[in-house]
Design a protein around this ligand. Structure first.
Ligand code: FES
Length: 102
């Protein structure tokens, strides 16, 4: 997984795919500034990320995720809730940035 940092640089991460972690939990553990206030229930949208590469590798949005994203004023077509993305081998090469961070 590649993270685009606020300064535009890109940090590669090895994410464990065998622990049942979500991308949100992994980013939090990696000390990214991600609030995840609702703890992964698709209710707060503070875990929102923008997918820069590999969007088609991700699981489909659930109605809950879609509905939550829909409440964000600045949502992008490639925005996802990181708590709804379970880490998997399919995510190899995925590139994301925190939503709202330029
Ligand atoms: Fe709240 Fe993802 S942690 S919506």
């Amino acid at each position: 997984i590649y993270m685009e940092e606020p300064d535009g640089s890109v940090t590669p991460h090895e994410a464990p795919t065998d622990m049942g972690l979500s991308l949100m939990e992994f980013l939090k553990a990696s000390e990214y500034d991600i609030l995840a206030t609702c703890g992964g229930m698709a209710l707060c949208a503070t875990c929102c990320v923008d997918v820069l590469e590999g969007e088609d590798q991700l699981n489909e949005m659930t109605d809950d995720e879609y509905a939550m994203l829909d409440t964000l004023p600045d949502v992008l077509p490639n925005s996802r809730l990181a708590c709804q993305l379970q880490l998997s081998n399919n995510m190899d090469g995925l590139k994301v940035k925190l939503h709202g961070v330029s």
